[in-house]
Write a protein that binds this ligand. Structure first.
Ligand SMILES: [Zn+2]
Length: 82
């Protein structure tokens, strides 16, 4: 079965509405993750890129796991440097 252009467009908008706030792919999320972790730790206001990371981490179990591992690693780094 071949999809018409209309059907493809409709499918894409359906998919987009499901993943609404999550505009990042896992790769993009991973690239910004350390920056996000620093921003969270410093209590800075989050910019739109960081908010996109936040939205992705909240919805993506795999990235949340990565993020938690990153936090642990950062904490260890901090402890070791004191
Ligand atoms: Zn992800």
């Amino acid at each position: 079965m071949k999809l018409t252009i209309e059907q493809t467009t409709e499918l894409k908008s359906l998919i987009r509405s499901v993943t609404d706030k999550d505009t990042l792919e896992c790769d993009g999320c991973f690239d910004l993750m350390s920056e996000y972790a620093e921003a969270m730790r410093s209590g800075k206001q989050l910019g739109s890129a960081m908010l996109a990371v936040k939205a992705h981490i909240e919805q993506c179990r795999c990235c949340r796991y990565e993020y938690e591992a990153l936090l642990v690693a950062l904490e260890e780094l901090e402890t070791n440097s004191q």
